[in-house]
Design a protein around this ligand. Structure first.
Ligand code: GUN
Length: 280
């Protein structure tokens, strides 16, 4: 069994990106910049944003966090985004989700210039990805994809099963795997006999937020299992996959923590640099 070490792969990617930033600095005499907007006091969001800022600084990006209280008016946030859209020193803009209820998430996403949309959530990027054109690719599925490619260079013809149909993970993951000529099944809460679907999978991606949902007897021998889940439980942080059982059957598996998580931030840095390169 191969334990897919996301921490190590992410560290390697950050090292590559750090070199790239150095090169860009020499070439353009400026550096890519990432601006994150954080609204409110959501504890996990605060941790994520801190890690994003730290990682951006470590690879030499210009990094800024703009914080608002959860009472901030939607208009104020939208005006700030428009200002950042026009700020040449800002290559990428990310508004940390979830947002307070009185702020329209879709409006916020659509206000970010698609050229600076490091999350890949803007409808133009979503559309471009599904049409197979160049686009920003959402960071978590991109991270999953890069981990998969480390294990299996040629994914063509593989049967992939994705659990979860979210805009953040399941849907963009589907597009990435289709591009690689996988046969993709996307499953969700209304899927009948999920276990049988999973048993078909050469590649299984679990992204539903249900601790230990995927059991050992759901896995085809030698499948590759990517666990996107980050669930807080009495036993600490666990994934959507029952790791102890599944790791006995799978060919390769990502641990939680230390699998997909570190890749998400590394991919955000990658997307910021991509936005910078496209705009120059
Ligand atoms: N909150 C949790 N994950 C994400 C993400 O990938 N992007 C943003 N903007 N917010 C998040």
């Amino acid at each position: 069994m191969i334990l897919i070490d996301g921490k190590k792969v992410a560290a390697e990617l950050r090292e590559e990106l750090k070199k790239e930033v150095k090169g860009l600095k020499t070439q353009y005499n400026k550096i890519p910049g990432l601006t994150v907007i954080l609204i409110g006091e959501d504890a996990p969001s605060k941790i994520y944003v801190k890690n994003k800022e730290k990682s951006a600084n470590e690879i030499g990006l210009k990094s800024e966090v703009i914080r608002y209280p959860d009472t901030v008016e939607e208009k104020t946030v939208l005006e700030k985004i428009k200002e950042l859209n026009n700020d040449e020193s800002v290559s990428g803009i990310l508004v940390q989700l979830p947002l307070p209820k009185h702020i329209d998430k879709q409006k916020v996403i659509e206000t970010i210039s698609p050229r600076k949309d490091v999350d890949g959530f803007h409808p133009m990027n979503v559309g471009n990805l599904s049409s197979g054109y160049n686009s920003s690719i959402p960071c978590t599925p991109l991270g999953c994809y890069l981990l998969l490619k480390k294990i299996e260079k040629n994914l063509s013809g593989k049967k992939a099963v994705i659990i979860g149909r979210s805009n953040l993970n399941g849907k963009p993951m589907t597009q990435l795997l289709l591009k690689e000529n996988c046969t993709v099944t996307i499953t969700h809460s209304k899927t009948k006999n999920l276990k049988n679907e999973c048993l078909q999978a050469d590649i299984l991606v679990a992204a539903v937020g249900m601790p230990g949902l995927v059991k050992g007897d759901w896995i085809k021998k030698d499948a590759i299992v990517i666990d996107v889940g980050i669930n807080k439980t009495d036993k600490g942080i666990v994934g959507d996959v029952a790791f102890d059982e599944v790791s006995k059957v799978a060919k390769a598996i990502t641990p939680v923590p230390g699998g997909v998580g570190p890749m998400t931030i590394a991919c955000l840095l990658k997307n910021t640099i991509e936005c910078f390169k496209r705009s120059n």
